[in-house]
Design a binder for this molecule. Structure first.
Ligand code: C2E
Ligand code: CA
Ligand code: CA
Length: 577
């Protein structure tokens, strides 16, 4: 508002100034210059301090503005400068219809009309043709501005619930943070998904009805001063002022209205946060709450210090990527490698991923790290021998998949490195993947349509149910190394491995057994029809050149474990290719 008002005043002042300056001297020229100067000064003042004025103050300022224009027209009657002043009236109409409701517009529009009629009839300052034209132009400017603003507002409104949608929320957030940001601003994200399940059985109409009723109930309960928005399919956002205690109290009231399990994530505004950071933190808190299940509330803590430490380590080149070979079960030939990140901290020495990945996930650095690993691994794999088919497997934290730009990042990594999509496998751990997140599953689906394959890591250790597996867009199951480790010497039966490979066959998925450390394990796994192996028997994670050398034509022996030399002697292979 302030910007537009300032532009209008400056335009008016400048026009008045130039016309008074350029035309030959006439009696009221000095007065005209004074009026124009007032308009110019008003424009500058509004540009500087306008953000502090209320919407009402801007409205009231319209009337003195019309007064200034009336003075110009009245003084310069008989001159073309009166017409010049009148031609500024459409700016007033535009401003009005951009920001005010019908009633306020009607009052001010009437004032504009009265002014035109007085200038025409009483002062004879304007010819009838100009008055007629201005009335029409004003009407067009008013309707077009009103329509554009209405359309823009609709784009920010969720049509089902009438609440602001994600776009609307972003705008509210941006303007809340643009002023002097409230230190006690808390963004709460609630997932109404668990409430929906019974309604979903009754069809879309029932589901829509449920969301509408919920939105109405929550709107009434949220109270003034809070903003409620429909953030996603079943996700609602509440912007609360008054810090975490106020947010918790609001949450309790909303949950009472919902009458069912509603997981929630909250993030408090921290100095330096822009709206995107705040939303990201609330989102990761919600993902965690969803994973915890029921009506869990997760408050996002301030982990910026931890993140800054990681960033510095990445900049200092303390992270590297090691490559562990993956081999075909049938003949021990290297088919690719898994990229595993390594951190050699200058201060603390080598730190195993199992130790630092959870921290990186907690503070959000995992996104930066995993994208760096992805780009590095794609570049490396693109340089491996071209004649031999090989794939590169990269770990993805489930937390990244909710990120709207993840898909674009993967596409960019492929384009940058020149790696074919079919050579990339993304490994998602079942337990970090929010299988109820529509956005995450959608990203996986879109990535698969490019030709990228998806592997479910540590399969069997998460809280997978068959229905979840059915929904996951996957190509490969990685049998967790705990099941492989259970295959001790002399142990011939592995019912869990049998169940997983059987399941994979039924669903048309390939299997990779992890943590294969000895020949006996390899033999048993091969008998159960595992397609590929990964483990110390075939090589630890190391330099990428070792993989490149093993892939070079005629290099089959280099990484071989005992099974490579006599694949046939270890029992029939039922591995599919
Ligand atoms: P993971 O994805 O299941 O990776 C396999 C882990 O098993 C690796 O541990 C690997 O070194 C280890 N391993 C491989 N063969 C054997 C074997 O024969 N016996 C035994 N006992 N272990 C074996 P590492 O490298 O310590 O990684 C641990 C976990 O950290 C990974 O488990 C993965 O979940 C995570 N991780 C590693 N790199 C990344 C990454 O770039 N991004 C993300 N998000 N997570 C990563
Ligand atoms: Ca993995
Ligand atoms: Ca694994």
């Amino acid at each position: 508002m302030a910007r537009l008002a300032s532009v209008c005043y400056l335009t008016g002042g400048l026009v008045g100034f130039l016309t008074a300056w350029l035309v030959p001297a006439w009696d009221e020229r000095a007065a005209a210059l004074v009026v124009s100067t007032v308009a110019l000064l008003a424009g500058v003042a509004i540009a500087l301090f306008g953000a502090r004025l209320s919407v009402r103050a801007f409205y009231l300022a319209i009337f003195p503005t019309l007064g200034l224009l009336a003075v110009q027209m009245g003084m310069q009657r008989g001159h073309a400068e009166a017409v010049a002043a009148a031609l500024l009236l459409p700016l007033v109409s535009m401003f009005l219809h951009a920001f005010y409701d019908h009633r306020s517009c009607l009052i001010a529009d009437t004032a504009v009309l009265v002014l035109l009629v007085v200038a025409w009839v009483a002062w004879r300052a304007l010819p009838v043709a100009i008055v007629g034209t201005l009335v029409c132009v004003n009407a067009v400017v008013a309707s077009v501005t009103g329509w554009l603003v209405h359309t823009a507002a609709e784009a920010e409104t969720d049509l089902l619930t009438g609440l602001p949608n994600r776009r609307g929320l972003n705008r509210v957030l941006r303007s809340a943070l643009a002023g002097d940001a409230d230190h006690r601003l808390v963004l709460v994200l609630l997932d109404a998904g668990p409430l929906r399940s019974p309604a979903a059985r009754d069809g879309t109409a029932a589901e829509d009805g449920l969301l509408r009723t919920l939105a109405a109930g929550w709107s009434a309960e949220a109270g003034s001063g809070t903003v409620l928005a429909r953030y996603g399919d079943t996700t609602f956002a509440v912007l609360v002022r008054g810090g975490v205690p106020a947010a918790t109290a609001t949450l309790e009231r909303l949950r009472a209205v919902a009458g069912g399990a509603v997981p929630a994530g909250t993030a408090r505004w921290e100095p330096g946060d822009d709206h995107a950071t705040l939303v990201n933190r609330a989102e990761s808190a919600l993902s965690e709450a969803r994973r915890a299940g029921g009506s869990a509330t997760v408050h996002h803590e301030d982990t910026s210090g931890i993140a800054a430490g990681f960033e510095a380590a990445l900049d200092a080149g303390e992270f590297s990527v090691a490559y562990q070979p993956i081999v075909a079960a049938a003949d021990g030939r290297v088919t690719g490698a898994e990229a595993l990140v390594r951190w050699s901290s200058r201060a603390r020495g080598p730190i195993p991923p199992d130790e630092f990945i959870p921290d990186a996930e907690r503070c959000g650095f995992i996104r930066t790290l995993d994208r760096w690993v992805l780009r590095t691994a794609c570049r490396t794999a693109a340089s491996w021998p071209a004649g031999v088919p090989s794939k590169i497997t990269v770990n993805v934290s489930g937390r990244e998949l909710d990120q709207p730009d993840y898909y674009d990042d993967v596409v960019a990594a492929l384009a940058e490195s020149g790696l074919a999509a079919e050579r990339l496998v993304l490994e998602v751990t079942e337990s970090t993947l929010d299988a109820d997140s529509v956005a995450a599953l959608e990203v996986l689906r879109r990535l698969r349509t490019l030709g990228i394959r998806i592997a479910i890591d540590d399969f069997g250790t998460g809280y997978s149910s068959l229905s979840r597996l059915h929904r996951l867009p996957a190509d490969i199951l990685k049998i967790d190394r705990s099941f492989v480790a259970a295959l001790g010497a002399g142990e011939e039966d592995a019912p869990i491995v049998a169940a997983i490979t059987g399941l994979a066959r039924t669903l048309g998925l390939r299997t990779v057994a992890e943590g294969v450390e000895d020949q006996h394990q390899a033999d048993v796994l091969r008998r159960y029809g595992c397609d590929e192996f990964q483990g110390w028997l075939y090589g630890r994670a190391g330099e990428p050149e070792r993989i490149a050398a093993a892939l070079a034509p005629g290099a089959g022996e280099r990484l071989s474990g005992p099974s490579l030399r006599s694949p046939a002697s270890s029992g029939p292979s039922r591995g599919r290719s």
